[in-house]
Design a protein around this ligand. Sequence first.
Ligand SMILES: [Zn+2]
Length: 665
Amino acid sequence: MSIEQQINELREELRQHNYNYYVLDAPTISDYEFDVKLKELQALEAKYPEYYDANSPTLRVGGQITKNFETIVHEHRMYSLDNSYSKEDLLDWETRIKKLVDGEVQYTCELKYDGASISLTYENGELIKAVTRGDGIQGDNVTNNIKTIKSVPLKLKGDYPPKFDIRGEIVLPHEGFIKMNEERIAAGEEPYANPRNTASGSLKLQDSAEVAKRPLECLLYNITGNNLGIETQFQSLEKARAWGFKVPEVSKLTNSIEEVLEFVNHWDVERHNLPYETDGVVIKVNNLQQQEELGFTSKAPRWAMAYKFKAEQVATRLNEITYQVGRTGAITPVANLVPVQLAGTVVKRASLHNADQIAKLDIREGDEVYVEKGGEIIPKIVGVNFTNRPEDSIPTVYASNCPECGAPLERKEGEAQHYCPNDNGCLPQIAGRIQHFISRKAMDIEGLGGETVTLLVKEGLIKSYADLYMLTKEEVIPLERMAEKSAENLINGIEKSKEIPFERVLFALGIRYVGETVAKKLVRHYKTIDALMAATEEDLVNVDEIGIKIAESVIEFFAVQEHQELISRLRVYGVQLEIGAEQLANQTDTLQGLTFVVSGVFHRVSRNELKKLIEDNGGKVSSSISSKTSYLVAGDKMGPSKLEKANKLGIELLTEDAFLTKIGL
Ligand SMILES: [Zn+2]
């Protein structure tokens, strides 16, 4: 078999596995086997770049940077839909339709997914571009980012037309959304408000590798184009499915508005069991010939109608407002409710966000309040039934002291949240920091869980994560529910954590805004904690992708004497506070102080490997050319505008070979 055949076969195989996993939800090989094949393809593509393919499955991992999203005019306008809210609205719509078309009318019913609309263009079975809805007439070119969404086919199967647009919705399933928020909270960052805004924000991220990490999905529902050989909407859904698109199975062909309403009523309840957020049903005249006769008004098609579900809302009594303290000291007010059934679950608590929100809605204990479950996971209070307010009702006075330690609360200028400043004497903050330290992505201490940490803190055995390394088996055994064996596991787990690499230790320290990725970047740059601690704010912001917010937070953290003491103790106990020898062996300072822009296709190494080589050798990678650029590493098919700019600024060009020679390869 020739190399080209081998590459093509691997691509085809990986495409099929992607399809099985992300579209059909029925994988036939393990993730590990998939990764092995992907790596094999990556290696072949790096070695034989002459077989480059812009739609290869290896491009799913992202890495392409888009600084400015190009505006593209939609070839076929993306209309919005008229909304309806009742049976009467739908019957009126049907009357209007029957005046304009002859014969029987059938309707397709599909769920309306709450996400970010997208239009994908395919030519000869390959994804050419992906454009956001924008204002319906023109949107942003987000192709690089969309390519990383695994359920978007990059190549189609079957008998597709030579050219068409397909529209759909980019959604973030509940499960993935919750996981992303857990990770943000772990990094001390504000959680995202709801899946829809997060999905839509993801499309405009500059680094497609970041998009690739997000569990986005693309659900398709409408094909547009000329001479497609399709006669009905229902048929178009079936065709799109056959070509490899993820088209929700929840769709139905109906013969009357009565049947439409049956579908609506069924899904108004059932939708809560779906993995995504939905906010209504889209009803379309099925026959495309009839659709054409009906045409469009100035803003919407006459042949389609959205039926909006009522936002799930119930009234219940607010018993008490309590306050929770997070790891960073942030205070969250919580509404404790008389339990009530809402959207398929029993709701007992709802978020009140902050003091402003309580004041704005004038929420008081004892009130009858309206609770709603919108796009958010945690239900929220949207209003108060003032007519039902008890006569002896008292306006809410926001907590002035920490509910856990009694310290007076503080509120920083411009921030909505109150904070407990007593970080060394406040149990949830102490326990929270240690819980973060031991968590799976940080020190991953086996045999120690969150509840045990709280117990250890309560019993006065530990006050900081450094204290963990002083614990003895004898101290731990007397704890509630602690047997000899589990005490031993706990101590062994702590001992083993001394091998955890520095980048994870740095994440574990719990510096605000220093998540996993930032920790990695800082470690690659500074290599030791001493170097990082000695860095000035100016040094820090000069590190690639480190902004002022992170820089300030790092400086602030290391300026605190207790933190310096913690680090000294961790060092004494043998925790890794510098980069490992093996990792370091691949790193030099050859390119120290130099900034590179990488463009085009390379032969001996992939573009990502090239970037890693620059960073490993002390250089900085930038995505755009400026007067600060030292070299432009130019591969094949480099963009002409980059070359022009480099020439204008007098920036030296390096070929791939010249670059590799420079670092001794
Ligand atoms: Zn406190």
